[in-house]
Design a protein around this ligand. Structure first.
Ligand code: 5AD
Ligand code: FES
Length: 331
């Protein structure tokens, strides 16, 4: 039976570290019993770092003039995707800032081409209208990642000037209605974020009945207004992830890159505390460093095949296997 924590129980687990070992062990057991020992790899293509948004924590924010911007051409994107498929990836993730240069028409063309490679396709390109999401789905997109970032409305407002919490929630429900597998998630350690609001984040994931949840610590970026902020704690982010696994036992949960940035063993620790997905970078090396959401991102000088073999070695070292399937939540 699913273990459902009450909000107070979640807050207690987040506040106190005395039950950490128990929590991570239970989350690992729930993961094994519900999604098994296979780890799903998703090849991540960061195809543009141009963004119209102003998220206070994010290095891609439009006000950041210290970042050299790039856009990959359709041909470059397809070449990264083809290379990823050759390396054995069964899911391609297309991620970018909110870059209006890529019209829905252009995106649909790219999606149709990538789908010819017989892979699942995930989009992570921000807020769009129902009609736009519908067209992208029609073109072949299977999944969509759109983190809610925080469910604390006041904090959301402070962190996202010119954005609207209700609209973001509406986007997530629109994606569900359209039949996407929907991924969301939150940042852990934003300034003024409380344990109460993190507990609400987890309850929101449950309410939405998400297919995938990505959780990462906030890492201050010197080129943002939050350069002096304290930043998130690896273990707290891991706890939010572990509780999420217990609350949503059979979903996909990535061991996030931000966790590895704060802890050299972060992804393996996450894989042993509830996670069952890793999203290695398959962007060509020339662009990697420029997709600087936060500092000290891992793998910025590594090639796609280096990352593929690196992560395979790590996964095998903890007795887990790499899935050969698409890794849908609902089969
Ligand atoms: N630290 C950690 N994660 C960040 N993101 C954006 N900025 C930061 C940061 N400074 C995350 C957001 C976004 C995802 C692509 O990257 O949660 O959804
Ligand atoms: Fe990129 Fe390890 S995953 S070098």
């Amino acid at each position: 039976m699913d273990k459902i924590f009450t909000k107070n129980e979640i807050i207690d687990l987040l506040e106190n570290d005395s039950k950490n070992d128990w929590l991570f062990k239970i989350a690992d057991k729930v993961r094994r019993e519900n999604v098994g020992d296979e780890v799903h790899l998703r090849g991540l293509i960061e195809f543009s770092n141009i963004c119209k948004c102003s998220c206070k924590y994010c290095g891609l924010r439009s006000e950041n003039k210290n970042l050299e911007r790039y856009r990959m051409s359709k041909e470059e994107i397809l070449s990264c995707a083809e290379n990823a498929v050759k390396l054995g990836y069964k899911t391609i993730v297309l991620q970018s800032g909110e870059d209006v240069f890529y019209s829905v028409e252009k995106l649909c063309e790219i999606i149709r081409e990538i789908k010819k490679f017989d892979v699942a396709l995930t989009l992570s390109i921000g807020e769009k209208t129902y009609e736009e999401y519908s067209a992208l789905k029609e073109a072949g997109a299977d999944r969509y990642l759109l983190r809610i970032e925080t469910t604390d409305k006041n904090l959301y407002k402070k962190m996202h000037p010119n954005m609207n919490f209700e609209n973001r929630v509406a986007c997530l429900y629109n994606l569900k209605t359209l039949g996407y597998e929907v991924g969301t998630g939150c940042l852990v350690g934003l300034p003024e974020q409380t344990f109460d609001s993190l507990a609400e984040d987890i309850l929101f994931f449950k309410d939405l009945n998400a297919d995938m949840i990505g959780i990462g610590p906030f890492i201050p970026n010197q080129n943002t207004p939050l350069s002096e902020a304290k930043g998130g704690d690896f273990w707290l982010a891991l706890k939010v992830m572990a509780i999420t696994r217990i609350m949503l036992p059979d979903i996909n949960i990535p061991a996030t890159t931000a966790m590895e940035t704060l802890n050299p063993n972060g992804r393996l620790i996450a894989l042993q505390s509830g996670a069952n997905v890793v999203m290695p970078n398959v962007t060509s090396v020339q662009y990697r460093a420029k997709y600087e959401i936060y500092p000290n991102k891992i793998c910025i000088n590594d090639s796609p095949d280096k990352c593929r073999s690196c992560i395979e070695g790590k996964i095998k070292s903890i007795g887990r296997t790499i899935s050969k399937n698409y890794g849908f939540h609902k089969i």
